[in-house]
Design a protein around this ligand. Structure first.
Ligand SMILES: *Cc1c(COP(=O)(O)O)cnc(C)c1O
Length: 471
């Protein structure tokens, strides 16, 4: 063994202890850490982009990273990071995530670890939390982008099966042109269409309802009626990132009866709202979808990278993702043969952090986290409405506040960007830019388990201060 590796092996307990202390320091300082570190802090030191011949050992590497780069880390895991849709990590999920690396299991299907059984149990508990029926199977993937990829891939296979084509075998050309119909799809689905060979051009925008990001079912029906022979996927949103709009899934199901299409529901964060009885009606009908995407690293507050793809079409999924080889177990139609159900071959024990979170906090703990975020988002929205200089672009009906600046004199986009830059420099909250109905807008998404009323007060103070100061 190389002497440095030998030394690290001997010192393993000390290295773990040192790591724990750094983690503790980071977490203890999370509230004071800037949500957006200065650009200079995000730069590498000269020399650190090159591999050296002599390693320094684990502890020195840790110290080097900590001393030089800890200031470049964002407080994105903290209670006032409202940019994008950014969850934190609960203690239980964090503990699980650490141990995933310690255990270093390959969670594909083999019969020498309990990892796949835990994954199956995690999926079952999540179905129970979200009110999804037994007909769904699911697996853990790295994020909602991959979950959308899987759902669309299985949909592609189903479209082929309707026409006597095995797309996974014969290629997507054998299927021909596909229409993917959506009103406000997340960009990750477009990316997935690019990866799947269906093509980004297959995405056909359908009109929304007035003053909404939700799909207009009548407009959708007109398109379906005009193209009865085209293989079609309907890509429904259950929570758009701008305004948390939910497509009316029950109406989509009625159209599916008539026209026959694959219904994929992107519920990356909105799906988690199903654990709250007050919100569950927003998702009415998703129990009948063909495939569903839910992120765990957003509203379930599991560390990156964690999401779930659900489907009711296990056999088709296995046709797409099977991995047949002399040295591996042959695919059997089982929901835990993850090797044959997901894009990856070797996979980390990704289910453990979510399993830990569900075990530690249960139905009520998760529900409380979700309902508190919704309540606080409404408070933030009310506070902005009551403050000079801001107005809401949409009512706050879940956990995202979408707003804009009033009294714009000149260039709305530049004013918004300057405002967001001041907010970043102030460092108290992070919001991110978007466009809503063609207009430059700002989003604040509340998905962190630690956010409290005092954070909303701090957030409103920072927003007001930054609104009327010069750059
Ligand atoms: C965040 C998000 C995605 C992409 O998720 P990743 O986990 O970042 O891959 C897809 N759809 C929706 C609605 C999202 O909010």
């Amino acid at each position: 063994m190389h002497p440095t590796l030998q030394q690290d092996l001997t010192r393993f307990p000390l290295i773990l202890d040192h790591t724990r202390r750094l983690a503790e320091t980071f977490l203890a300082g999370l509230n004071e850490r800037p949500v957006c570190p200065p650009a200079a802090a995000q730069q590498l030191r000269p020399g650190d982009d090159r591999l050296s011949a002599e390693g320094v050992g684990a502890q020195a590497a840790l110290d080097h990273f900590w001393q030089h780069y800890a200031d470049g880390l964002s407080a994105s895991a903290g209670p006032r990071y409202f940019g994008f849709v950014t969850g934190g990590a609960t203690p239980a999920s964090l503990a699980g995530d650490w141990l995933v690396s310690v255990f270093d299991q390959n969670s594909l299907l083999s019969h020498d670890t309990i990892a796949a059984a835990i994954e199956l149990a995690t999926i079952e508990q999540l179905k129970s939390l979200l009110g999804l029926p037994a007909a769904f199977s699911g697996s853990l993937v790295s994020g909602a982008t991959m979950a959308n990829f899987c759902g669309l891939a299985i949909g592609r296979q189903w479209l082929g099966a309707q026409r006597g084509v095995n797309v996974a075998q014969q290629g997507v050309a054998a299927l021909g042109m596909v229409h993917v119909l959506a009103a406000c799809p997340h960009s990750s689905s477009e990316k997935a269409l690019g990866m799947l060979g269906i093509g980004r051009d297959a995405l056909t925008p359908i009109a929304t309802l007035p003053d909404s990001e939700a799909i207009d079912p009548d407009a959708l029906e007109r398109h379906l009626a005009a193209h009865p022979a085209t293989p079609t996927i309907v890509l429904a949103s259950a929570g758009t990132v701008n305004t948390t709009a939910f497509d009316n899934i029950s109406r989509l199901l009625a159209l599916r009866e008539r026209y026959g299409f694959w219904l994929h529901v992107d519920a990356a964060f909105g799906g988690v709202a199903a654990c709250s009885p007050a919100c569950a009606p927003l998702l009415e009908g998703w129990q009948q979808a063909d495939s569903i995407t839910v992120d765990a690293h957003k509203w379930l507050n599991v560390p990156y990278d964690s999401a779930i793809q659900f489907t009711r079409h296990l056999a088709l999924q296995m046709q797409v993702f099977q991995n047949v080889s002399a040295y591996m177990e042959a695919p059997a139609l089982r929901p835990d043969h993850y090797l044959h159900l997901t894009p990856e071959n070797s996979r980390r024990f990704r289910a453990l952090p979510l399993w830990m979170a569900l075990k530690a906090y249960g139905r009520d703990g998760i529900r409380d986290m979700v309902e508190r975020n919704i309540l606080l988002a409404k408070q933030l929205g009310d506070g902005l409405t009551a403050s000079e200089g801001f107005y809401l672009l949409a009512p706050v009906n879940l956990n995202v506040v979408c707003f804009a600046l009033t009294d714009i004199t000149d260039d709305a986009e530049a004013e918004r960007d300057n405002f967001l830059a001041r907010l970043d420099r102030h460092g108290i909250i992070r919001c991110t830019a978007t466009y809503y109905q063609g207009q430059p807008a700002i989003r604040a998404a509340l998905v962190n388990w630690m956010t409290e009323e005092s954070d909303i007060a701090l957030a409103l103070d920072s927003l007001r201060v930054c609104r009327f100061t010069a750059n």
